[in-house]
Design a protein. Structure first.
Length: 111
């Protein structure tokens, strides 16, 4: 049975992190975590905030589990799952000016 995608079933996984970057080793670990997120389909929203579009809650849970497996030993990581509808209500300000939401947050998915 195929279900229609809608703004309440489509999910976003948001990963916010604050990792230490004082030593060369810490910078390398933080860089590897960022690379892992990008390789797993996350896109940078801000420097330490990454988001990933998922077609369902079940798919979002798979990516959350992957992030959990790759969390660095030091620092803090915050993972949040929200609906596409909630994500669409976010407001972006750049240089104190409100901007329209980004267009084309498309995820190509092959079955």
């Amino acid at each position: 049975m195929q279900q229609r995608l809608n703004a309440y079933r489509i999910m976003w996984v948001i990963c916010c992190f604050d990792l230490p970057v004082i030593t060369k080793k810490e910078r390398k670990i933080a860089g590897e975590f960022r690379k892992f997120l990008k390789d797993d389909g996350f896109m940078m929203i801000q420097f330490s905030i990454y988001g990933r579009h998922c077609p369902s809650s079940e798919n979002a849970n798979v990516h959350i589990a992957r992030v959990k497996k790759n969390i660095p030993e030091k620092g803090s990581v915050f993972i949040m799952k929200i609906t596409d509808k909630q994500f669409g209500e976010c407001i972006l300000y750049t240089n104190s000016k409100k901007e329209p939401p980004p267009k084309g947050w498309q995820q190509l998915e092959l079955f």
